[in-house]
Design a protein around this ligand. Structure first.
Ligand code: SF4
Length: 380
């Protein structure tokens, strides 16, 4: 699995704390050169030489020209075998890619688009500081379909200031009325991250009255309504925040949740290789000066790996399997987590069918609480 971080955005959104922002054209050119250099020097690190998924994330990767995407994929192909049916996703913000670009991405090999809509409602888009309108999104969406993209994700945000259950259901209704509707939906509740404009607005008491943030209970109501409505429309909830038509779960993200090896390129990108996790240089200037230097390395203890296996796996609705656990770690899941599993099953937060354990509907609501218990166990 490969991840490519493209940190450029037209402008910073008000809720965003990702490593991204607006950069002048010359920085973009220099960054791309550095990215190609990093690919050359690091591709050999993957032990799996066959790549099954590639993800262009950001930032706004759709600010890249098709030739640039082709150059990046071409460089990867020189060192690794990219399967003909590999899932190649590109995050795309409405209004940053026209039909010419979308055709070019398809030709370069991109076969999955992830559109950052966040909301179909103009006042919510403005509040979030997004650069696009609903109309603009509709244009990009139909151009993507015309260009032949038949695997499209839409990112949405719930629990926005001023949002209630009625408004949220209307938002979802507008997405489901798209023709054809998206194959995949990623839906996250807004989290106010320190250092963002929205966090500051909240701190100054500006998110009140018509802009009041939904309560925890309202947030949960929206979450439950989402799962119910999407089920009726044929989507499977396969992860806490992700829903897909059968056969369209995101392979790349499933790889993260099942702890597959991945190599991340670009400023701040993370990699997981064997028992080591790496984080690239986070300063873009330093990264561009020497893209293969400044990487932090963390050697994971077996206990860290076991914990990650559990809390990442439990994010998925299929849960974690006892057989796989034994194969990976040479001991039974019950030996390590028997008490935690029994307690949470008793509390109605986990389900255990003998082969797999998974979160119940109530467990999904309290996922952080359940997962935290898998981090503080006593090794048996
Ligand atoms: S487009 Fe995405 S990455 Fe860029 S600022 Fe907005 S939320 Fe952040």
């Amino acid at each position: 699995m490969l991840y490519l971080h493209i940190p450029f955005c037209v402008k910073k959104c008000r809720y965003c704390d990702f490593l991204s922002g607006p950069y002048p054209e010359e920085v973009r050119k220099k960054y791309l050169k550095a990215l190609l250099e990093e690919i050359r020097c690091r591709c050999g690190e993957l032990s799996e030489k066959t790549v099954t998924s590639i993800f262009f994330g950001g930032g706004t990767p759709s600010l890249l020209e098709p030739e640039e995407v082709e150059a990046v994929l071409g460089e990867c192909r020189k060192y690794l075998f990219i399967r003909a049916d590999a899932e190649i996703t590109m995050e795309c913000n409405p209004g940053t890619a026209d039909r010419r670009k979308l055709d070019g991405y398809r030709e370069a090999g991109v076969n999955r688009l992830s559109l950052g809509l966040q909301s179909p409602r103009e006042e919510e888009l403005r509040l979030l500081g997004r650069i696009h309108t609903w109309e603009r999104f509709l244009e990009t969406y139909s151009q993507a379909r015309e260009a032949g993209f038949d695997n499209v994700n839409i990112d949405l945000m719930s629990a926005l200031p001023g949002q209630d259950l009625r408004k949220w259901k209307e938002n979802l209704g507008r997405i489901l009325a798209l023709d054809p509707p998206p194959e995949h939906l990623s839906i996250y509740s807004l989290i106010l991250e320190e250092g963002t404009e929205l966090f500051e607005m909240e701190r100054k008491g500006l998110l009140c009255g018509e802009l009041a943030l939904p309560s925890e209970d309202e947030d949960r109501e929206m979450y439950h309504a989402t799962a119910g409505i999407l089920k009726d429309y044929g989507y499977q909830q396969y992860e806490i925040s992700n829903y897909a038509r059968p056969g369209y779960a995101c392979r790349h993200n499933c790889g993260y949740w099942t702890r597959r090896e991945y190599l991340g390129f670009g400023v701040g990108a993370a990699s997981l290789l064997g028992e080591k996790r790496f984080s690239n240089e986070r300063d873009i200037q330093k990264y561009m000066e020497d893209p293969c230097a400044g990487r932090q390395e963390e050697v994971l203890e077996t206990e860290d790996i076991v914990e990650e296996f559990m809390f990442l796996g439990l994010r998925m609705t299929e849960g974690v399997g006892r057989k796989e656990f034994r194969e990976r770690f040479g001991k039974s899941m019950d030996e390590v987590y028997g008490d935690v599993i029994r307690k949470n099953c008793g509390d109605g937060l986990l389900m255990d069918d003998g082969e797999r354990i998974r979160l119940t509907e109530r467990g999904l609501d309290l996922a952080n609480y359940v997962m935290a218990q898998f981090l503080s166990r006593e090794d048996g």
